[in-house]
Design a protein around this ligand. Structure first.
Ligand SMILES: [Zn+2]
Length: 121
C-alpha cells in the first residue's frame, strides 16, 4: 500500500515537471516590480544550464548551503547572494534573466509586487 502511494506521488511530480518543460516558452513569466528591475550593483556570476541540471542546482545547492539571502528558485532559474556576489543559474528562456537579476537586487522569493508578462505566442 505504501509503495503504491509513493509511486503515485512521484508520477504526479514528474507530470508537473514535464508540463513545465514543455510549456516553458509559452507560460507567462513573473516579472519584478520596478524597484528591483534594474542591473544589480553586485557582481553577477551567471550560468545557463540545461533544465535537468538547473533542477539539481536549484534544489540541491541552495538547500544544502542554506542560501537564504535574496534566493529565488523556480522552474526556470534560481539566484542567490553568496559573499557579495549574485549567482544566477537559469535555462535559456526570455524573461528569466530579468526575473533572476531582480532576486540579486533583493526581491524576496515570494515575489511581492510581481506581475505576469503576456505569454509569448
Ligand atoms: Zn523568483
Amino acid at each position: 500500500m505504501h509503495c503504491m502511494k509513493g509511486r503515485r506521488h512521484v508520477a504526479k511530480v514528474e507530470e508537473r515537471e514535464n508540463k513545465a518543460k514543455r510549456g516553458g516558452l509559452t507560460m507567462p513569466m513573473l516579472m519584478p516590480p520596478s524597484q528591483y528591475d534594474h542591473p544589480p550593483q553586485v557582481p553577477v556570476i551567471e550560468k545557463v544550464v540545461p533544465w535537468n541540471e538547473l533542477q539539481r542546482f536549484c534544489h540541491g545547492v541552495i538547500e544544502r548551503d542554506k542560501i537564504r539571502t535574496a534566493t529565488g528558485a523556480g522552474v526556470w532559474g534560481c539566484a542567490g547572494l553568496v559573499k557579495g556576489k549574485c549567482y544566477v543559474f537559469r535555462i535559456d528562456v526570455p524573461g528569466v534573466r530579468r526575473h533572476e537579476l531582480a532576486h540579486c537586487n533583493g526581491w524576496p522569493h515570494d515575489h511581492p509586487g510581481g506581475w505576469y508578462d503576456a505569454p509569448l505566442h
